[in-house]
Write a protein that binds this ligand. Structure first.
Ligand code: HSE
Length: 407
């Protein structure tokens, strides 16, 4: 018999407790031994919870209890989650987390502590909600040279964009609904400004390329500037999605980015709607593989945490291949301006000759003699920004500029 604890009785933590008791028999069979939940750590009181006798407010009780072998950290944020996780790992207690901010900012430190104490720090639930992606990347796809990973990694923004496009809902109402459904972060700015997707692509990049990629080294742009007019114009050939991706370039550097992009209809990612996430992996063996599922919410995320708890119960020694090294400096990360793709522009001008002068060959999608929308040939973001400045010097306003995903 082993005992585990859940830190944080919010959306995800309560989902872990619910799923464990619902499927306890099967979970124990898979783990290979009997298991029970001993503690739930939360500073709040839950007098109506059927598990109220398990709720405690001191981490010391958990880390000093020799019966505890695994902890699920579902608190979110860096502190006190970092301190609590460190305390557990130092006692040899494996930690399974849904906390992407903590993994993205301090994963390297926590892996080191886990290694020194022969336990595991697992993070399947930190990326893609229910989607199995971290374990497949480090295990099932280990035989590949992975050249890129691109995905829709934030359920809230995908839900908002879908509601705006399909139901004509306005941004604020769609965000409120995402909050009610338990999809959004406690501060939803992290969703809509792209920071949540940034943390997730940092985790993927670190695992795939073996060195810690910190959030402040990733170019991150959210969905707050997206205009309905562009959504409608591009609807003919694609959909605007918040895309987090990492590419390995010919010079050996990696280029992780988070930004709204136009996803052409031919791409499987263009049909990923609502709270669903998807991750497209490209490698020399697989060519392409797409992973798809619910990216946020109580039970989908709890499912990933529960899977990690079972995995931790089955492996007492650190699985080094699911960790990555500390990185010194950012020299292995390319400047975001080197990112290259076809670009969509919407500019306000009657003077189409200025467009061709600056952009060369373009394909028009829309032109009403006051405003034109067009797609350029492949170019770097550096060049696209240069075009914007050159047009501004001619008093031509760029109303929108979006890269087009080429997967
Ligand atoms: N706020 C996150 C999202 C939760 O919407 O994707 C899951 O990580």
């Amino acid at each position: 018999m082993s005992k585990f604890a859940v830190l944080g009785y919010g959306v995800v933590g309560s989902g872990v407790v619910e799923l464990f008791y619902k499927n306890k028999e099967k979970i124990q069979k898979t783990a290979g031994h009997e298991m029970d939940l001993k503690y739930i750590l939360d500073i709040r009181e839950f007098p109506d919870s059927p598990y109220k006798e398990k709720i405690v407010n001191s981490i010391d009780l958990i880390v000093n209890d020799n019966e505890i072998t695994t902890v699920a950290e579902c608190m979110g944020g860096v502190e006190p989650a970092f301190t609590f996780t460190r305390q557990c790992l130092e006692k040899g207690i494996s930690v399974c987390t849904s906390n992407k901010e903590l993994v993205a900012k301090k994963g390297d430190i926590l892996f080191e502590i886990a290694k020194n104490n022969n336990c595991n720090y697992f993070y399947e639930a930190s990326v893609g909600g229910a989607i199995p992606i971290m374990r497949p990347l480090h295990r099932c796809l280990a035989g590949n040279d992975i050249t890129s990973v691109a995905g829709i990694l934030n359920g809230t923004t995908n839900f908002i964009l879908t509601k705006m496009i399909n139901d004509g809902m306005d941004f604020d109402d769609a965000l409120k609904l995402a909050q009610q459904l338990g999809y959004a972060e406690s501060n939803p700015a992290a969703d809509i400004e792209g920071h949540d997707a940034c943390r997730k692509i940092c985790i993927i990049s670190s695992l795939v390329y073996g060195r810690h990629v910190y959030p402040d080294s990733v170019y991150t742009k959210g969905i707050t500037d997206i205009q309905l007019k562009d959504v409608q114009i591009v609807d003919k050939f694609g959909a605007i999605k918040l895309i987090a991706q990492v590419r390995r370039l010919e010079n050996g550097k990696i280029l992780p980015t988070v930004m709204p992009m136009i996803v052409p209809r031919e791409s499987m990612l263009s049909n990923v709607s609502d709270v669903f996430n998807a991750v497209m992996v490209c490698g020399d063996g697989i060519d392409k593989a797409m992973f798809y599922g619910r990216g946020a919410g109580k039970l989908p995320t709890a499912s990933a945490v529960m899977g990690d708890i079972i995995e931790a119960e089955k492996h007492s020694m650190t699985i080094l291949s699911q960790c990555w090294d500390k990185s010194e400096g950012n020299s292995f990360i390319e400047d975001y301006k080197a990112f290259s793709s076809k670009m969509y522009f919407r500019i306000q001008t009657e003077n189409t000759s200025a467009i061709e002068e600056e952009c060369g060959q373009v394909s028009y999608i829309y032109n009403d003699n006051k405003e034109a929308a067009f797609v350029t040939e492949k170019m770097t973001l550096d060049k696209a920004m240069g075009i914007q400045s050159a047009l501004a010097e001619k008093n031509i306003i760029t109303a929108a500029m979006l890269p087009i995903l080429d997967d």
